[in-house]
Ligand binder design. Structure first.
Ligand SMILES: [Zn+2]
Length: 410
C-alpha cells in the first residue's frame, strides 16, 4: 500500500470510525484509538476537539473532514452557537471538566443531546430497530435506558449509596436538563460517577440487546466502582477527592514461605503521553529483593497502563529467576479480566493474552487485588520513574520507598 493509498484508507477509516466513536462506546476506534498521518483523533478526545476555539461553535471544516457527509450534517445540526453562553455550552464545558475517559464523556454528552442510537431514535430515523427495551420491553427511549428502566434503577440504587448521590428523578423533564442539574450540584467525584455509570449502563444495554451477555446489575455496579476507583487513583489527588466514608484497608500481608510477592503499579503522565511502572518484589520476611521502575511511551489509558505494568513485572520476575509469585495489583478490572477464562475481547485483550502466556512459564503464579494503601511503594516507584531510564535495584531498597517498606514490615 503506497502512501497515497494509506492516506485515502485512513480518511475512509476516519469517517466510519469517527462516527462510531460518537455512537458506539465499544467501537474499534475507542478501543484502539486511530492514528492517521493527516488527522489524529486522540483516544481521550472530547467533543471540544470538533469545535472552534472557545467551544461556541462547530469547526465545520474539521467535522466535514472527519466524518462522512450524512454524519457531519447530523453533528452540525446539534445547536451550540445559537445558545452561546447558555445551558448547552455550559453543559459542554461541564462535561469536558469531568475526570473520566473521553469515550465516557462523549457518551454522556450524547445522552444529554439524545443522539445515542436508542430504539426510539433509530425508528425516528426510519432505521429498523427492536421496539422494546432489552431488559423490560418498555419503550427504549433515552430517559428509560439511563434512569427509569428497572435494570438501570437497580444499578443506581447501589451507586447512590456508595457515592452518596441524590438522583432527583422526580423532577425529570428531559434528560439534558437532568444531566445539567446533576452536574451543577454534583461534586467532582459524583460527576465522574455519573459519566462512568452512564457509560456502563449503555454498554450493558447494548450487550443485552445484541445478545452478547446479560450482566446482573450488581456486576455492573462492581465494574463501575472499580473504574471510578481507578480514575481516582490516576487522575491525581487534586482533581477528584475520595468519598469521605471510605475506610482504610489492611496493610501489607507477607506471602507464604518460598513465594515472592510482587507489588506492581502504573502511573499515567498525561502531558508527556507516557506511563510509569513500579515493581517491588519481597519475600515472606518483607525483604525487598528487587525494585524497579521504568517508563513506556504512548500509553495514557489507566487500564491499559495497569495491564502493561503487570506484563512488565512478570517479564522481569521471569528474567530474574522468581518462579513462584503472587502479583498484587490495585486495579480490579484488569484482575477480573486476567482471572476469567476464555478470550478477553476488551481493548486490553492482547495484553491479557500476553500475561496469561507469560504466566504459564512460572511454577506458580496468582494475581490478587490489594487496596491502594497496601500498594503505596509500587505506586511511588511508578510516580518516580524517569523518561528513558530503566532502574533495577537488586537487594537494595530505593530511597523513595524505604520508609514505606519499613512500615509495611511492621
Ligand atoms: Zn427497560
Amino acid at each position: 500500500m503506497g502512501f497515497r493509498d494509506f492516506v485515502i484508507f485512513n480518511q475512509a477509516m476516519l469517517s466510519k470510525q469517527g462516527w462510531r466513536l460518537l455512537t458506539d462506546p465499544n467501537s474499534l476506534c475507542t478501543r484502539v484509538g486511530l492514528v492517521s498521518p493527516l488527522m489524529h483523533i486522540p483516544e481521550d478526545a472530547t467533543v471540544q476537539f470538533l469545535m472552534e476555539e472557545g467551544g461556541k461553535e462547530w469547526n465545520h471544516d474539521l467535522v466535514k473532514y472527519a466524518f462522512d457527509e450524512e454524519t457531519a450534517n447530523e453533528i452540525l445540526q446539534v445547536p451550540i452557537s445559537r445558545h452561546g453562553g447558555g445551558m448547552i455550552s455550559l453543559l459542554g464545558h461541564m462535561t469536558r471538566e469531568i475526570c473520566a475517559p473521553g469515550k465516557m464523556k462523549i457518551n454522556l454528552w450524547r445522552a444529554a443531546h439524545d443522539c445515542l442510537p436508542t430504539g426510539f431514535q433509530l425508528r425516528r430515523r426510519h432505521i429498523e430497530a427492536r421496539d422494546g427495551c432489552a431488559f423490560c420491553n418498555r419503550d427504549d427511549r433515552i430517559e428509560h435506558v439511563f434512569l427509569m428502566c428497572p435494570f438501570s434503577d437497580s444499578v443506581w440504587k447501589e451507586i447512590k449509596q456508595v457515592y452518596n448521590i441524590k438522583l432527583g428523578r422526580g423532577d425529570l423533564a428531559n434528560v439534558r436538563q437532568w444531566i445539567f442539574d446533576f452536574l451543577c450540584r454534583g461534586s467532582a467525584i459524583q460527576n465522574t460517577v455519573l459519566a462512568v455509570t452512564f457509560w456502563h449502563i449503555w454498554e450493558a444495554r447494548n450487550n443485552a440487546r445484541n445478545n452478547v451477555e446479560t450482566l446482573h446489575p450488581r456486576r455492573v455496579v462492581q465494574k463501575i466502582v472499580a473504574y471510578v476507583e481507578m480514575i481516582m487513583q490516576h487522575c491525581g489527588p487534586g482533581n477528584v477527592s475520595r468519598p469521605a466514608e471510605r475506610i482504610s484497608l489492611p496493610s501489607w500481608v507477607p506471602p507464604p514461605a518460598g513465594v515472592f510477592l510482587i507489588n506492581i503499579d502504573a502511573a499515567v503522565f498525561q502531558a508527556e503521553r507516557q506511563m510509569g511502572v513500579g515493581v517491588v518484589i519481597r519475600d515472606q520476611h518483607g525483604n525487598c529483593l528487587l525494585a524497579a521502575n521504568t517508563r513506556f511511551m504512548g500509553i495514557t489509558d489507566p487500564e491499559t497502563a495497569e495491564a502493561c505494568a503487570i506484563r512488565h513485572a512478570l517479564w522481569l520476575a521471569k528474567e530474574e529467576g522468581f518462579h513462584n509469585v503472587i502479583v498484587a495489583c490495585d486495579c480490579l478490572s484488569v484482575i477480573q479480566k486476567l482471572n476469567s477464562p476464555g478470550r478477553d475481547r476488551s481493548k486490553i485483550g492482547c495484553l491479557v493474552e500476553d500475561i496469561k502466556k507469560l504466566g504459564v512459564e512460572f511454577i506458580s503464579v496468582s494475581i490478587i487485588h490489594v487496596s491502594r494503601c497496601s500498594n503505596v511503594a509500587a505506586h511511588t516507584l511508578a510516580r518516580c520513574s524517569e523518561p528513558s531510564v530503566c532502574n533495577v535495584y537488586h537487594n537494595e531498597t530505593p530511597d523513595c520507598i524505604r520508609e514505606m517498606l519499613l512500615s509495611d514490615a511492621q
